[in-house]
Write a protein that binds this ligand. Structure first.
Ligand code: NAG
Ligand code: NAG
Ligand code: NAG
Ligand code: NAG
Length: 343
């Protein structure tokens, strides 16, 4: 075999070196990063970090590998699909409108940022692929924006633990792909919109409205969707919540505790797959239906602080609980409370 000329050898070893040093960037689609997405990410970080990019987001690392950034390897062209910024008290300011310059974003999370203030930028409706929007445990304020209803791709909307105020925008029910809606732990006022009865009947979102200042009667329309989880606890809601019940409903959790609901519990049959039923601290009257003892998966149960009366129907379910889930009613009696007085 002929020895290759020195020049050719140098050339081929340079070529090998060149291939080795660049292949990790070009072969792996996620490793390179679209320039326009990188610019948008830098603008987001500069807005949140006192006019400097996050220190960990350096030019040496492709932006798809920056902490908190995801690119979908299946897209193969270095487009940013996920942004997670969380648990950082040094971040301050409001949600930068530059997030809307990440057109392939499907997951956007700003979570536990105590100094994140202001509201949600309207530009966010440009994110037509956005599926999960989680903006919880921050200090966001102002009304819950009705324009969120225009991001029809949303499957999860989480605005819990902020200082949002004003009424719940009825338009949110236009989000027909939602699997969960978290508006809990804000300062929302006014009624539950009747439009919430027009969420998809067979697969409405799990609905979390607890710890607000909602008031008014529960709309009749709320009885139409077959809720999986409905948590209305700790508000000022009134009226007849019997529409939420029915043994054929697939509901697993109903929490109405600490409201001002007033209805006759005797008229109710419980969804058979309930695991949580908290009715405590209301003005509910009547007696506990015998059918409760067929709700065999029930774990969390509480009817204390109401106006119930009559004998607790003894059985496998009611027998699981101590006095504290039954006490402070008008005239409930029987085990585990004191025996009913003979008539
Ligand atoms: C990067 O994004 C821009 C703006 O969306 C787009 O025009 C461009 O084609 C993308 N580049 C690549 C290599 O995908
Ligand atoms: C919530 O509503 C109650 C009763 O309407 C009122 O007394 C209270 O001040 C309200 N709280 C807030 C934070 O708005
Ligand atoms: C209760 O759960 C069982 C088991 O998952 C299911 O087959 C049944 O359809 C559920 N019942 C209702 C009323 O949703
Ligand atoms: C039921 O609710 C009452 C009133 O809020 C509370 O004191 C009691 O501890 C609760 N019991 C259970 C088991 O959650």
């Amino acid at each position: 075999m002929k020895m290759p000329a020195a020049g050719a050898m140098l050339c081929s070893s340079m070529l090998v070196f060149f291939i080795l040093s660049t292949s990790p960037l070009t072969a792996d689609g996620a490793a390179k990063c679209n320039k326009s997405d990188k610019q948008a990410l830098l603008a987001v970080s500069i807005a949140l970090n006192g006019n400097k990019p996050f220190p960990a987001w350096t030019d040496e690392i492709p932006c798809c590998e920056w902490s908190g950034v995801d690119c979908d390897p299946n897209l193969g062209n270095g487009r940013v699909t996920g942004l997670h910024i969380f648990a950082d008290a040094s971040i301050s300011g409001s949600i930068p409108s530059a997030v809307a310059d990440l057109p392939f974003l499907s997951v956007l999370v700003f979570h536990k940022l105590p100094n994140l203030v202001g509201s949600v930028p309207p530009s966010i409706i440009r994110l037509t692929r956005l599926s999960l929007l989680e903006l919880s445990w921050n200090s966001l304020s102002g009304p819950v924006p009705s324009f969120l209803s225009r991001i029809s791709s949303l499957t999860f909307l989480g605005l819990a633990f902020n200082q949002f105020s004003g009424e719940i925008p009825p338009e949110l029910s236009l989000l027909q792909n939602l699997g969960a809606l978290h508006l809990d732990r804000n300062q929302l006022t006014g009624p539950i919109p009747a439009s919430f009865g027009s969420f998809r009947k067979s697969s409405p979102p799990d609905l979390y409205l607890s710890h607000n200042n909602l008031s008014g009667e529960i709309p009749l329309e709320l009885g139409t969707p077959e809720w999986g989880i409905i948590d209305l606890s700790r508000n000022w809601l009134t009226g007849d919540a019997t529409v939420l019940f029915g043994s054929a409903k697939p509901t697993t959790q109903i929490d109405l505790s600490r409201n001002r609901f007033a209805f006759d519990l005797s008229r109710v049959s419980f969804p058979v797959n309930l695991t949580l039923l908290d009715l405590s601290h209301n003005m509910i009257s009547g007696s506990i239906p015998v059918q409760i003892n067929r709700v065999s998966s029930l774990v969390g149960f509480n009817v204390s602080y109401n106006r119930l009366c009559g004998e607790i129907p003894s059985g496998p379910v009611t027998g699981r609980y101590g006095q504290d889930v039954y006490f402070h009613n008008k005239c409930l009696c029987g085990s585990p409370l004191p025996a009913c007085r003979k008539k």
